[in-house]
Design a protein around this ligand. Sequence first.
Ligand code: TYM
Length: 334
Amino acid sequence: MIDGKKVLFSGMQATGNLTLGNYIGALKNWLTLADDYECFYSVVDMHSITVRQDPAELRSRARKLLTLYIAAGLDPKKNCIYYQSHVSGHAELSWILNCFTYMGELNRMTQFKDKSAKHADNINAGLYTYPVLMAADILLYQTDVVPVGKDQLQHLEITRDIAQRFNAIYGDVFTIPEPFIGKTGAKIMSLQDPTKKMSKSDENLNASIYLMDDKDTIIRKFKRAVTDSEGIIAYNDTQAGIHNLIDIYCACTNKTPDEVVKEFEGKGYGDFKLAVGESVADLLTPLQNKFFELEKDKAYIDGIIKENGEKANYYATKTIRKVQKKVGFPERIR
Ligand code: TYM
């Protein structure tokens, strides 16, 4: 709790271009929850170097992502929007938690298996202990709730296990966090292969909608979206492509799947795809305009980075000192 409010933490990696999946699965829920919680939204640049990065590019993407959080509507005066690498507590807590995490647990992480298959020439220890850094991110702020997409649920589970294990030894040190998963859109699928998650790193550019895509590109990608030959707009598991388009449309219009099915009764896929594309463009255009405007104001963004970095450090240090004491590190002499 901070000032009587429960704490929310979430983050995104500054790798690749953000997709509509990131927006619908995470950012959109961040916006609806922001007023009810004391929120920490991190640009998790330390996670990004588990895969080789070009330094200048990483720096530039991290800043763009931070700006995008604000452009999406998160008020940086109320929400702590900051870079993970500016708060040393993440690394400090991560080391301690490493000593409370079993290799057997890490071996089960599907994201590690996927990423090590993809980057077979660089299966580094950071990639392996990535979930521990994620646990540190969350536990550092005594977080109650973590809004994420479905793909991060396994990491939330291990975070809870580590926290419970630590608490069982040392007493009530960490708040046990709960995941928050949206009702629809928790897993937005690729437009080219609806059995696969929409991902920043997909090589097929038509598979993902990027948050900075212009309206024509968005409409074109939806027109080409892979569906089926049923010809009926229905919400079921056998029509994976249509199911995904309905999820996207629901997320953009705040309608329910039933309402959407009714709205498009007797209509063809062409009409539906166009409507979905337009709803996405309507959602993204104001965000893009705001982003371009904010990006120009260097001093404003710098001020936010400094102020919020200090705020995050303040709360992180509180937890770190408590944890250091619990595990038996000597007290600092003032
Ligand atoms: P990242 O950067 O891959 O994704 C950011 C957020 O977007 C969600 N997401 C999706 N949701 C629905 N459909 C999709 N196709 C889709 N693709 C991505 C993700 O679930 C995530 O919520 N390890 C995390 C970042 C992280 C983090 C944390 C998150 C680091 N520390 C602590 C929460 C709390 C990641 O790589 O997310």
